[in-house]
Design a protein around this ligand. Structure first.
Ligand code: SAM
Length: 280
């Protein structure tokens, strides 16, 4: 970076396993920061130590008070405020959304640097369709809500990208095979680290393969539904999707979401949603 950065809020990604993935621009922004807002000051402090920097750190996440966010935004009007997470790109299954939302509303300068992200890296090495994908992030930990979340997205005609813990990998893959059908999948483990692996297979095979929890960090990629599975859905399948959507949304929004997923008419779905609500 030739010119010193101007005042504002800078979203700076950090390595997900290999220190060499910190870009020159990210390094320069960290060096220039008047304050670095981060998830865990010990983790970001360690990164700064490894790259020979010492900057003021303040712990920040989406549970921070309105006053704490307002303080950072006020500083970003005249100073360089950097937002980091423990690893990878802030806001992607990590804190920062509220800070950026409020900073944008306040009109401060915001810039996001491109950099490490586990989801995109796993997708790009998976060999599965990358033209259209849905980033799902973490599924709910409990079995019931996890099934509902998968039912909700079962008909989405796109590759699916999940974050998952190694401990739950086998159970998640079996539930995915059950709900999404036996689609092609890919498990990326320890991306950019010494023991990086990528395993392809159909979901039921992958579930067997990873029945014993491996070590490390995991991304799961699942291929889109096969074309015959995307054929018009019958009423029972549409009702299942609506019931799952109505756990989170009122009938009108559930009908809109399911119409997008299934291609069925929104009006017909809304009538079905009201009927389901009446029976509930
Ligand atoms: N913000 C991060 C990003 O941009 O990728 C993601 C943070 S999220 C809290 C952490 C999850 O990302 C892990 O549980 C794992 O699913 C995935 N992840 C992070 N680093 C990874 C790596 N090196 N290899 C595989 N998955 C990784």
């Amino acid at each position: 970076m030739s010119l010193p950065p101007k005042a504002g809020l800078y979203i700076v990604p950090t390595p997900i396993g290999n220190l060499d993935d910190l870009s020159k621009r990210s390094h320069a922004l960290l060096a220039a920061a008047d304050v670095i807002a981060c998830e865990d000051t010990r983790v970001t402090g360690k990164l700064l130590h490894l790259i020979g920097l010492k900057r003021p750190l303040v712990r920040h996440d989406d549970h921070a008070s309105d006053a704490a966010r307002a303080m950072l935004i006020a500083r970003a009007a005249n100073e360089i405020v950097v937002l980091c997470c423990d690893a990878g790109t802030p806001l992607i299954s990590d804190p920062g959304y509220r800070l950026v939302r409020d900073a944008r509303a306040a009109g401060v300068h915001i810039s996001a640097l491109p950099g490490p992200n586990a989801a995109i890296t796993a997708l790009s090495m998976s060999g599965l369709p990358s033209d259209r994908f849905l980033f799902v992030g973490f599924l709910p930990a409990r079995a019931g809500p996890r099934k509902s979340a998968l039912q909700e997205i079962a008909a989405v005609p796109a590759t699916l990208v999940f974050y998952e813990s190694a401990q739950r990998l086998g159970a998640s893959l079996s539930t995915m095979a059950e709900i999404l059908g036996d689609r092609d999948g890919f498990v990326a483990r320890e991306i950019s680290k010494l023991h990086e692996t990528g395993v392809s297979g159909i979901l039921s095979e992958l579930a067997q393969n990873f029945a014993a929890p491996p070590k490390g960090e995991i991304v799961i990629i699942v291929a889109p539904p096969k074309t015959e599975e995307s054929a018009p859905m019958d009423d029972d399948a549409l009702r299942d999707l609506l019931r799952a959507a109505m756990v989170r949304a009122p009938p009108a929004r559930a009908a809109r979401d399911v119409a997008r997923q299934s291609g069925a008419a929104r009006d017909r779905l809304y009538a079905m949603a009201l009927e389901i609500q009446g029976k509930a």
